[in-house]
Design a protein around this ligand. Structure first.
Ligand code: ADP
Ligand code: MG
Length: 321
């Protein structure tokens, strides 16, 4: 590496302290952090590997942004407040330009969410970025996958399918709508929405591997089934210019949405609409929790729709990113 490991940390990753619950940040053998009284520590980690989650030549700003965004999304789905991150960075070579852009993407989003980078690890090897994010949540505001009950409404935030559609167009060498590309490369983690749903939603999950796959995990954890009304799936204007039948598979099965899918009692739907408005995120009722197992997709007229592909599985049939 042209830059030493020490130089990289000092130049790009050590920043002025920004949280007073960080007793000791970057620079010692480990960080010392103060968890607020009466709250639970919430911890998530996600790894992005070049060639798997992004093309090796991807914009380093986007890689930095997304490596934090995917973890923020996990904390949002737990109803948690993000606080501290650690970063394990493996790089084939260290260039100023790459690191500058990467740090720009990472710290821009970190600032928005009040997150401080408190440590990490820097090694040489094939490009891979692993971010661990910690935060906290009041025990009574935890959102879990288990908790959905038959009769409850199923909602989703934002407009699923945008990111997967953008990826498909990009892979096919087609011109990609800039709004859709933004949704793929700079997803907005729904942290404010997740915070406000605490104690209101009965179950929640973030949609990273596709709506059907992730809703399926929520239902399995809750021991329930669901009906989805496919014409109700919220579609972005950019997606809606394409044929419904073409985009549907991407809305149901495409990954990388980073939206929240959650369940609530019907009696609280108005309250949820108001909370979502305050959080600046749209939410749409797309189905109902039922007794049994599995997900039944229905057209408006009651006809059954059978999706071909359920979601992304890293150990399933291989597909290059
Ligand atoms: P050690 O050998 O004890 O693991 P390191 O040299 O790996 O120490 O790290 C020194 C300090 O720099 C530690 O506080 C560590 O958390 C921090 N650090 C290392 N790499 C990064 C990184 N990529 N981002 C943020 N902090 C880092
Ligand atoms: Mg180390």
């Amino acid at each position: 590496m042209s830059l030493s490991e020490f130089d990289i940390i000092e130049q790009f990753f050590r920043r002025p302290p920004r949280r007073n619950d960080v007793v000791l940040g970057i620079g010692d053998d480990a960080a010392l952090l103060e968890v607020p009284q009466g709250q639970l520590l919430v911890s998530a980690v996600d790894t992005l590997v070049a060639g798997r989650h992004f093309p090796p030549q991807a914009d380093p700003f986007d890689i930095g942004y997304k490596s934090l965004a995917v973890n923020l999304s996990d904390l949002a789905a737990m109803g948690a407040m993000p606080a501290w991150a650690t970063l394990a960075l493996t790089l084939p070579q260290a260039t100023d330009d790459w690191l500058e852009a990467f740090a720009g993407g990472f710290f821009g989003l970190a600032r928005e969410h009040g997150v401080e980078l408190v440590g990490g690890d820097t090694t040489r090897g094939p490009l891979s970025v692993s971010v661990q994010l910690q935060g906290f949540v009041e025990p009574q505001r935890v959102l879990r996958r288990a908790g959905a009950r038959p009769g409850q409404a199923i909602l989703v935030s934002g407009t699923p399918g945008d990111a997967a559609w953008a990826l498909k167009q990009w892979q096919a060498g087609q011109a990609v709508d800039p709004l859709l590309l933004q949704r793929l490369n700079r997803p907005q983690p729904r942290v404010a929405l997740g915070r406000s749903l605490g104690g209101v939603a009965t179950a929640a999950i973030d949609v990273s591997d596709g709506l059907l796959a992730d809703l399926g995990h929520l239902l399995a954890a809750s021991g329930c089934a669901a009906t989805l009304w496919i014409e109700r799936l919220p579609r972005s204007a950019a997606l809606a210019v394409h044929a419904f039948d073409d985009t549907l598979a991407y809305q149901l099965g495409g990954g990388d949405d980073y939206e929240l899918c959650f369940t609530v009692d019907f009696s609280r739907l108005d309250e949820v609409a108001e909370l979502a408005r305050q959080a600046g995120t749209t939410v749409t009722e797309i189905g109902r929790v039922e007794e049994g197992t599995g997900i039944r997709c229905l057209h408006e007229d009651g006809r059954r729709y059978r999706p071909e592909r359920v979601g992304f599985d890293h150990f399933g049939p291989q597909e290059a990113p």
